[in-house]
Design a protein around this ligand. Structure first.
Ligand code: NAD
Ligand code: MG
Length: 414
């Protein structure tokens, strides 16, 4: 029985993780949950999973959650009420909870950085969904992993695919553990991309893209921020940086390929020119389960893949002009140091402004590019945690300033 903590339990990754825990009660026991604002769902989750500790993003919500739990009927009330904590310290405490073996990181954005670091410092294994943490703070996270011996198990579907393919390379012990050290024999990675919400739109039509359009993903059901990242293809750019830190390949050997069916979740080419791919239906439960059960596999009754049902799998190169975010991510990754943190924070802020209908869809890459450009002279090659936090804060303010100053250029078209 593995004891798990779920950070961001009320989100898309969090709820799917809890479905897995419920489906396989002899394999997993939930000991800690953390969440942002959704107290209704969190209360239900506490009733079902009876965790030992619950962390809330906002300390102000502690008393309301306690009231809700105290007012449950005798039948509904957990046998033992969890300890409820809040704020940064509270989230860190829940993330590093002593009784947990594995921490699933489903917080969205750089807000996941401190709790993930707390879990790593406590020596917990990490099922990493919260890619922004690694992208913004790779140079901080990787040495911490080495110090604590905690292991980063990818839950992002592409990186899980690569990780699964690497299990068959016995000489690549570090590949089995995703430590960011170059993986012997791994020559090339092909990250597959569905193409996002606008894959069948012309570049000209993107001018009129609305929030509703950008948040309707053709293949995957995910949180709003990552769905917009998929529409701009920034998600794939961020995943290139994630792959660089996880598997230690340089950027010239990490490639993006559009695969609209999302059946092949990524491919690796090995030194002998053999190519391995991992396949499955587009269902995040599979990569999450693998990260939770690694190095074992759990028998599931889930829908089996039948290729004749699909008839064909297709591929094409991505359109880098239509989707400038990919190029911005490669460029930030190659610059290294604090630049990926700036790219990530600028993207988070730009997406938030877009979701708030304050800037247009096509403005997202423009504000990110301008922010990264401005950071060039201040780039720090070997950042510490404080440097990452400082540039993250700076970039968010910068995006707002740029959007404000250039309201004509960036005004929404909706
Ligand atoms: P989501 O928006 O559905 O859920 C986010 C969770 O984080 C919620 O529980 C929310 O309450 C919590 N949260 C938000 N802001 C917070 C804050 N400031 N402090 C603490 N908690 C906060 O997001 P999601 O789609 O589940 O994505 C979560 C992460 O997983 C992201 O990093 C995303 O890139 C990654 N990911 C998601 C998917 C997917 O299918 N959803 C696939 C691959 C990777
Ligand atoms: Mg992914």
């Amino acid at each position: 029985m593995k004891a798990i903590s779920v950070l961001g339990s009320t989100g898309s990754i969090g709820t799917q993780t809890l479905q897995i825990a419920k489906e396989f009660p002899t394999q997993f026991k939930v000991v800690a949950l953390t969440a942002g604002q959704n107290l209704d769902l969190l209360t239900e989750q506490i009733k079902t999973h009876q965790p030992e500790i619950v962390g809330l993003a906002k300390e102000d919500n502690i008393s309301e959650l306690l009231d809700r739990l105290n007012n449950l009927s005798t039948e509904e009330k957990p046998n033992v009420l969890p300890q409820i904590v809040g704020g940064t310290e509270g989230l860190n405490m829940a993330a590093s909870w002593d009784h947990a073996d594995l921490v699933v990181t489903g917080i969205v954005g750089c807000a996941g950085l401190l709790p993930t670091l707390a879990a790593i410092k406590a020596g917990k294994d990490i099922a990493l969904a919260n890619k922004e943490t690694l992208i913004a703070a790779g140079p901080v996270v990787l040495p911490e992993l080495k110090r604590s011996g905690s292991r980063l198990l990818p839950a992002d579907s592409e990186h899980s695919a690569i990780f699964q393919c690497l299990q068959g390379t016995p000489w690549a012990e570090n590949a089995r553990l995703s430590t960011g050290i170059p993986t012997p024999g791994l020559r090339h990675i092909q990250l597959t991309a569905s193409g996002g919400a606008f894959r069948d739109w012309s570049s000209a039509d993107l001018k009129h893209a609305t929030v509703k359009d950008a948040t309707s993903h053709p293949n995957w059901s995910m949180g709003r921020k990552i769905t917009v990242d998929s529409a701009t293809l920034m998600n794939k750019g961020l995943e290139v940086i994630e792959a660089h830190y996880l598997f230690g390949l340089d950027y010239d050997h990490i490639e993006i390929i559009i695969h609209p069916q999302s059946i092949i979740h990524s491919m690796i080419e090995l030194a002998d020119s053999s190519v391995l791919a991992q396949m499955g239906w587009p269902d995040m439960k599979l990569p999450i389960l693998y990260a939770m059960s690694w190095p074992n596999r759990i028998e599931t009754p889930w829908k089996r893949l039948n290729l004749s049902e699909l008839k064909q799998l297709t591929f094409k190169d991505p359109d880098t002009e239509k989707y400038p975010c990919m190029g911005l991510a490669y460029s930030a990754g190659k610059s290294g140091g604090t630049m990926p943190a700036v790219l990530n924070a600028a993207n988070e802020q730009a997406v938030a402004l877009f979701l708030n209908e304050e800037i247009s869809f096509l403005s997202i890459p423009k504000v990110i590019e301008a922010t990264c450009e401005k950071h060039k002279d201040d780039l720090q090659a070997n950042p510490q945690l404080e440097d990452v936090i400082a540039v993250d804060k700076w970039a968010r303010i910068e995006v707002q300033e740029i959007a404000k100053k250039q309201s004509n250029l960036f005004s929404t078209t909706i």
